[in-house]
Design a protein around this ligand. Structure first.
Ligand code: BTN
Length: 242
């Protein structure tokens, strides 16, 4: 299985472009890469500032499994992206994976992933679009959400090199996922998990839970252990690492 690179100067959002292509029947493996986005989007309806100089890409996949399984590909993408960053920076930058799908360096965000999906009849996956943004040259200045960039970390790299390394790591990981499922991805993710073994707060719709972040469940949920030993699986809601 190969990748079909669609290289663009500028687009509204690579996720939107990937979904448009998907609706026109594009095959699994289409990879949209744009130098710039005019309406880049983040999670929770936030905007993702997208000047020339950073990486914006979206991968279209048509996994042959139900949506709840396919959604765990976001962890594979996070690991692949972290490894790609290590490769191109010669290990000068080693990102941590923050649940559910950010990459952090020294507690600052360097990358965000936005997963979107469409299902056929109920739960079968029609397609998955996995958008990834990496702060290569620039990062947003936001006191509430500290960020950083590869340049700011003293590792300026070319976006083209980074996207090649990323495609290479995804191409290595996908067959592992197909042969062995989520387990090896989960292990790789946990080895670089941000805040593991440390206090965490989960604000769910109905209540707030406080405890330790102790693991990642095999359905991709965060495992929070309360002082008394009671464990909770967090699949949605806001999670804060102290
Ligand atoms: C987040 O952390 O909130 C997710 C950010 C995802 C940004 C990427 S950039 C490429 C793709 N296109 C978008 O509009 N968003 C994602």
């Amino acid at each position: 299985e190969g990748f079909y690179l669609h290289e663009l100067e500028v687009i509204d959002s690579t996720n939107e472009e990937a979904k448009r292509l998907a609706d026109k029947g594009a095959p699994s493996g289409a990879l949209i890469w744009a130098r710039q986005q005019t309406s880049g989007r983040g999670r929770r309806g936030r905007a993702w500032t997208s000047p020339v100089g950073n990486l914006y890409s979206s991968l279209l996949l048509r996994p042959d499994c139900p949506l709840f399984e396919a959604a765990k590909l976001t962890f594979l993408i996070a690991v692949a992206l972290a490894e790609a960053i290590e490769l191109v920076t010669g290990n000068r930058v080693r990102p941590d994976c923050k649940w559910p799908n950010d990459l952090m360096v020294n507690g600052r965000k360097i990358s965000g992933i936005l997963l979107e999906s469409a299902s056929n009849n109920g739960s079968e996956t029609d397609y998955l679009v996995i958008g990834a943004g990496v702060n290569v040259a620039f990062y947003p200045d936001d006191a509430e959400r500290p960020a950083t960039s590869l340049s700011a970390l003293g590792a300026p790299v070319s976006v083209g090199e980074l996207i090649s390394a990323y495609v290479g790591r995804v191409a290595d990981w996908l067959p592992v996922w197909e042969a062995q499922g989520f387990a090896p991805v989960r292990d790789a993710w946990l080895r670089r998990a941000y805040g593991i073994g440390a206090p965490v707060i989960a604000r769910l719709t109905e209540r707030t839970l406080e405890g330790m972040f102790v693991g990642l469940d095999d359905d991709g949920s965060l495992v929070l252990r309360e002082t008394g030993g009671m464990e909770h699986r967090i699949g949605a809601g806001e999670v804060f690492f102290k």
